[in-house]
Design a protein around this ligand. Structure first.
Ligand code: ATP
Length: 315
């Protein structure tokens, strides 16, 4: 048995005809080990959803080969019960109640204990007795979360799964992914929510223009990202001590009306030295802005650069 949950080689997907059509995937190579929580990141239109639809045999590739849990996705009836899938806009027949829909889907997957469905619904604060058509978008998405996780599938394929969920539920979702990780399940997840990716994924692959441009450890990605820092001090500070700190750039210090100082800078890497240096003075405020995912891409590849084959700090 291969130790890869997902293996794509030279995957090409073209929509439409050769003349007017569009190439969504231009020879994608991808390997996701079993038991890995893998984030699949990329700007809009990069080809993430296309890849996921190919994995699920909702689309067929134009060229290239693909294995999911060791099988060709065309044989998906064999592997379907071992996979959980959730898209950001989960849709299902609205006439059923949540309870009816989830029991039915659980039976299709070889039987899911009612207690498991109830437990997940309670954790997500989901009312199973209501007709799905009467639920808000966020509550419908919770049904999607339950149906993806309830049978503890070997492989979870999640396509921007938390769109429409509020921060409380995003947190519950993160816990479910962490549990799946603890159980040795494989998770393949596309997301634009960087904090979610940082807390759940150990590896990320970045796709651009239908090609995988890098695969990196999340920790490495995070360390290489820029953060905007703003520290407010109660009174005057010795600005010089901040000038030579590692990873600190564009340092500016301005005064406040009450005689304090505000230091603004761009920090790359660990905040440890900065925090220890700032602690020599009385700190009254601290802001550290997490970079947007897009900014991280730019950190890696340069603004708007589309240089083919440019590699980030792959590990
Ligand atoms: P997003 O983050 O916006 O969801 P994505 O990375 O998931 O983007 P895809 O939806 O896979 O990107 O789209 C990849 C490319 O293929 C885009 O240029 C898109 O316009 C095109 N595309 C996707 N679906 C179709 C389709 N059914 N017909 C024609 N072109 C399509």
């Amino acid at each position: 048995m291969t130790d890869l949950a997902i293996e794509a080689t030279g995957l090409v997907k073209r929509y439409g005809n050769a003349r007017t059509g569009r190439t969504a995937l231009a020879g994608l190579d991808l390997a996701v080990e079993r038991g890995q929580v893998f984030g699949f990141l990329g700007p809009n239109g990069a080809g993430k959803t296309t890849t996921i639809r190919l994995l699920l045999d909702l689309l067929r590739p134009t060229a290239g080969s693909l294995r999911v849990l060791g099988a060709d996705p065309r044989d998906s009836p064999k592997t379907r019960g071992r996979v959980g899938y959730l898209a950001g806009d989960f849709r299902i027949d609205g006439r059923q109640t949540g309870h009816e829909a989830l029991t039915y889907l659980g039976d299709l997957r070889g039987g899911v204990p009612a207690a498991r469905i109830t437990e997940l619904a309670e954790r997500l604060d989901l009312d199973l007795g209501r007709r799905i058509g009467t639920l808000s978008k966020g509550n419908r998405q919770k049904i999607g979360v339950v149906q993806a996780f309830m049978h503890r599938p070997e492989l979870l394929i999640l396509d921007e799964p938390t769109s429409g969920l509020d921060p409380f539920l995003q947190q519950r979702f993160v816990e479910l992914v962490q549990e799946a990780d603890g159980n040795g399940q494989t998770v393949f997840m596309s997301s634009h929510v960087l904090s979610e990716v940082q807390r759940t994924c150990r590896r990320v692959g970045i796709i651009r223009d239908g090609e995988l441009v890098t695969v990196a450890d999340v920790e490495k990605l995070r360390r290489s990202a820029h953060r905007t820092i703003e520290i407010t001090f109660a009174s005057e500070i010795d600005t010089a001590v901040f000038d030579r700190l590692p990873g600190l750039q564009n340092v500016t210090v301005t005064g406040t009306p009450d005689g304090g100082r505000v230091l603004r800078a761009i920090l790359t890497g660990s905040p440890d030295t900065l925090v220890k240096t700032a602690a020599r003075f009385e700190v009254t405020g601290l802001l550290a802005e997490e970079p947007e995912l897009e900014e991280i891409f730019f950190t890696f590849y340069g603004h708007g650069s589309h240089t083919n084959g440019t590699k980030g700090p792959a590990s």
